[in-house]
Design a binder for this molecule. Structure first.
Ligand code: SAH
Ligand code: SF4
Ligand code: F3S
Length: 444
């Protein structure tokens, strides 16, 4: 039996593509190797969003080179966004790499392996653009990702994603709903719809087969067995009233929106080509909170964008407190090849200023999140049980509708939703105890 070893970098799209790679390899007769040294196929699913992602991958690729030197028959395959960005150079720069394929070519992995003649390949004729049409080996039994679109039509000046993932293309809604139905039949209760800009979903579909993102959310929520629907990421410019209404009216659609702001400075947002300004973003937040008062909002923020002044950065800090985020991912700007900012703007914020700004931002994000999460203490939250807590196996872990992790005591089966009394909070997690009322003795 041939064995593969897969390492995944990057975002949820990549994690999901990796599930497809596992599904595909498993149907080709591959088993998972315990480590790289035991593998016949060393596979990487790569990310290139920031320079640090490239560096992390280079370290791992070095180990593959060492193994290839010791065992020349091992096949080294590199997929994902970094591979796409290096298409023209990868075999020249890294001659020990046998196979390279982009994020839109997961379906070709079987064929590429056959070309390497390592394994007789069964008939694999997927010609869809969506890795979502391939077989999948899911990471978790009760939760699933569902691809609804690929690519991105935005032109955010810092971002390499459109160059490596291509133009936006929506998956037909019936294919999405059918996949969710199959997952539900297989025990899935929570789905997360995936796309680079999920809420522009459907605009490229033929009029007769079109659903808006809000309609898609409803269609997925109506699939029997599905109890929670999440999605990531929307673009603030495309959040319409109908999406807010769905959050308000459809109980399966979770009380959480990840709403990437990137900056709180109108000037920087303009240079980033985000197409909204600070006031429009804040107005959107108000409309969301009006519709769904208790919704959790999280975000992505970049510090050190070219030309970011102290005043611009102060605007980002004040955005965090003005919105009161439940959490935020914070990044230091990294110039990317081929992007507008990377090629045409001076990366002029000194490294020490970048690092001061990111520390200050993280502090503010943490104190805002701590204040936000503390509102749950004393309440009872419905928690979707995921399994034993990673930090303390005697406790269970799961998430609330707000996407907050709860570690709690009590008995409950993974995949069920149970009430948990919230006793304490930090800036990222809650603790509690099961509040399920015991069945009265002798009850049938
Ligand atoms: N499509 C998604 C996510 C894109 S990548 C979205 O638009 O929300 C995830 C995050 O990485 C972005 O939201 C942004 O905050 C960050 N990012 C992207 N390019 C970057 C760069 N060149 N330097 C630093 N952070 C970057
Ligand atoms: Fe990148 Fe902007 Fe597209 Fe997100 S919306 S993937 S940040 S170009
Ligand atoms: Fe990275 Fe590609 Fe995702 S660059 S963040 S893996 S879309």
């Amino acid at each position: 039996m041939p064995q593969y070893h897969l390492t995944t970098f990057g975002c949820q799209m990549n994690a999901h593509d990796s599930e497809r790679m596992r599904g595909l390899l498993s149907s080709l007769g591959y088993h998972e190797a315990p480590d790289r040294d035991a593998a016949d196929l060393i596979l990487f699913n790569t990310c290139t969003i920031r320079g640090s992602a490239d560096e992390r991958f280079m370290g791992n690729l070095g180990e593959a080179r060492r193994i290839k030197r010791e065992r020349p028959d091992v096949v080294v395959a590199v997929g994902g966004c970094w591979a796409q960005s290096q298409k023209d150079d990868v075999f020249r720069d890294f001659p020990f790499v046998d196979i390279a394929f982009g994020p839109g070519e997961v379906n070709r992995l079987g064929e590429l392996l056959a070309r390497e003649r390592i394994q007789a390949v069964g008939a694999f004729t997927f010609d869809g653009r969506f890795s979502g049409d391939l077989p999948s080996l899911r990471e978790r039994p009760h939760q699933a990702w569902v691809q609804i679109s690929v690519g991105c039509n935005c032109v955010c000046s810092y971002c390499i994603v459109p160059a490596v993932r291509g133009r936006e293309s929506s998956r037909p809604w019936q294919a999405v709903v059918d996949e969710v139905a199959a997952q539900a039949a297989d025990g899935v209760v929570e789905v997360t719809l995936l796309g680079q800009n999920v809420n522009s979903y459907g605009r490229d579909l033929p009029a007769t087969e079109r659903k808006s993102f809000a309609e898609l959310l409803v269609a997925v929520a109506e699939v029997p067995g599905i109890r929670r629907v999440r999605y990531t990421s929307p673009h603030p410019k495309d959040i319409r009233e109908d999406v807010i209404a769905v959050h308000r009216d459809v109980p399966e659609v979770c009380r959480h929106i990840h709403l990437p702001a990137q900056s709180g400075s109108t000037r920087v947002l303009k240079a980033m080509r985000r197409t909204y300004d600070r006031d429009r973003y804040l107005a959107l937040v108000d409309r969301i909170r009006e519709g769904v008062p208790d919704i959790a909002l999280t975000t992505d923020l970049i510090v050190g964008f070219p030309g970011e002044s102290d005043a611009d950065f102060a605007d980002t800090m004040s955005l965090v407190t003005a919105v009161g985020y439940d959490g935020a991912y914070t990044f230091v700007y990294s110039p990317r090849p081929g992007t507008e900012a990377g090629e045409q703007m001076d990366d002029d914020v000194p490294p020490e200023v970048k690092s001061q700004r990111i520390s200050a931002l993280i502090d503010t994000v943490q104190s805002t999140a701590r204040a936000r999460l503390s509102r749950h203490v004393g309440t009872v939250q419905d928690v979707l049980v995921e399994g034993p807590s990673r930090t303390d196996a005697s406790r269970l872990s799961g998430r609330t509708t707000h996407n907050v992790t709860v570690n709690f005591t009590g008995d409950a089966e993974p995949g069920t939703i149970v009430p948990v009394a919230i006793l304490d909070s930090t800036s990222t997690t809650l603790t509690g105890r099961s509040a399920r009322v015991a069945e009265p003795a002798g009850a049938a």
